[in-house]
Ligand binder design. Structure first.
Ligand SMILES: [Zn+2]
Length: 405
């Protein structure tokens, strides 16, 4: 009997030690993560800024419709710098529609300015690659701006400089549909220009001149290779994964990744589940969303109130038929693949939080430490992890700045 008791005590001792060790490891990983300079190159958080029920300066609940990012949660999650996307979904391309897209984009810059003015003690606008570290040292969050979709440029090349002057440091040339700059990787109508249009070539040259990063996420493979052939500066994919690991046209093939290495650019991996892992089909969820999409006219031409109703319906559907999400381990499979193919210097993180980004164990910005934990678990060195969390991206950013004329 005594033996059994002793055995029990030993088991208890071992279990306690293990849990203490696990606890300590958790603390060590968190500590290590907090002292990294971390940068997320793509989030769609500005879409939320104009909503009356969202306040970026208070902690919101991601699982209760509060979005994936706000300033307190960035702090908590150890995210030091972020690119907020000025995103305009592709619409018609006549003069009046282009003007509307431009006005909507400029309004989003105003929204970002207002958020930063409201919380000057929490965050500052960042304009240069060095600002990430400088602002972080001031104890604040560094907020960069990128434009997702060249649609607001319309056919007016001067708009590129206007966007730069407003603080944008990259433009994602297209979104889900072809535009006047280039073809998209996901337009059902197929290619329109066969890659970059002649106007798109002008846009890339202008971005090189200004020292603005060209973002190749979303664009077609042919457009990617056209950009690579033309650009005099390294490019970024602000939120794209490896197609060899998850076969989706939004992701980059090995051939593209090899060309990206030659170019000296960087692929920033996103946590949008369907670009991370091909999940089993979920027809019930898909058809529920199709009903919402149809009810709200494909989310086109809605007034503010209708848009709010559409968002609520979308969110309710998501709650009713929750998606099965990929995991951080699945995401780090992309890191492994890219590092094996082209080395450690060309990969980073651009979550696409608030644009669909979510993993089961990285659901919002407070859980990004889990990416660091998985990288450590797989044997990446502290120096490698710093490169992934900002070093590689900031190298490209600084090169593009230096190349400005
Ligand atoms: Zn996107």
């Amino acid at each position: 009997m005594q033996q059994i008791k002793d055995f029990g005590a030993v088991v208890l001792f071992i279990m306690t030690s293990f849990s203490l060790l696990a606890q300590q490891n958790t603390d060590n990983v968190s500590q290590f993560h907090q002292q990294l300079l971390t940068l997320d190159s793509h989030t769609d958080t500005p879409l939320r800024l104009s909503r009356s029920n969202f306040d970026i300066g208070i902690k919101n609940d991601a699982r209760d419709g509060g979005g994936k990012i706000d300033f307190p949660r960035m702090k908590e999650g150890g995210l030091d710098a972020v690119f907020f996307a000025v995103f305009i979904g592709q619409g018609d391309r006549d003069e009046a529609s282009n003007l509307k897209a431009k006005q909507q984009a400029l309004k989003i810059f105003d929204d970002i300015d207002l958020a930063l003015k409201t919380y000057p003690e929490m965050a500052s606008l960042a304009l240069a690659s060095k600002d990430a570290e400088r602002i972080n040292k001031e104890g604040k969050l560094a907020i960069f701006i990128g434009v997702e979709n060249g649609y607001p440029v319309g056919k007016d090349i001067r708009m590129v400089e206007t966007l730069y002057d407003r603080g944008a440091r990259y433009i994602t040339l297209s979104h889900s549909y072809n535009n006047d700059i280039c073809d998209s990787s996901t337009d059902e109508k197929g290619p329109e220009h066969g890659g970059l249009s002649p106007f798109g070539e002008e846009v890339v040259r202008e971005m090189n001149r200004l020292g603005m990063m060209v973002d190749v996420s979303h664009i077609s493979d042919a457009a990617f290779f056209d950009v690579i052939a033309l650009t005099e500066q390294p490019v970024i994919a602000s939120h794209s994964n490896a197609r060899a690991i998850c076969d989706h046209p939004r992701n980059m093939t090995d051939e593209m990744l090899l060309a990206l290495k030659e170019n000296g650019g960087v692929a920033q991996l996103c946590v949008l589940s369907s670009y991370v892992k091909t999940m089993p089909e979920n027809p019930v969820r898909d058809s529920a969303f199709a009903v919402v999409r149809q009810k709200f006219n494909g989310f086109k031409d809605l007034d503010d109130e209708q848009m709010q109703q559409a968002r609520e319906a979308w969110y309710a559907t998501d709650q009713q038929f929750p998606a099965v999400l990929a995991s951080v381990a699945d995401l780090v499979d992309h890191v492994d693949h890219i590092v094996n193919l082209i080395g450690i210097d060309y990969v980073g993180i651009g979550t696409d939080f608030d644009g669909g980004g979510a993993l089961s164990d990285c659901y919002d910005v407070t859980e990004i430490v889990n990416i660091t934990r998985e990288l450590l678990r797989r044997g990446y060195s502290e120096a490698d992890i710093q490169k992934i969390w900002s070093g590689n991206f900031l190298r490209v950013f600084a090169a593009v700045e230096a190349g400005a004329i």
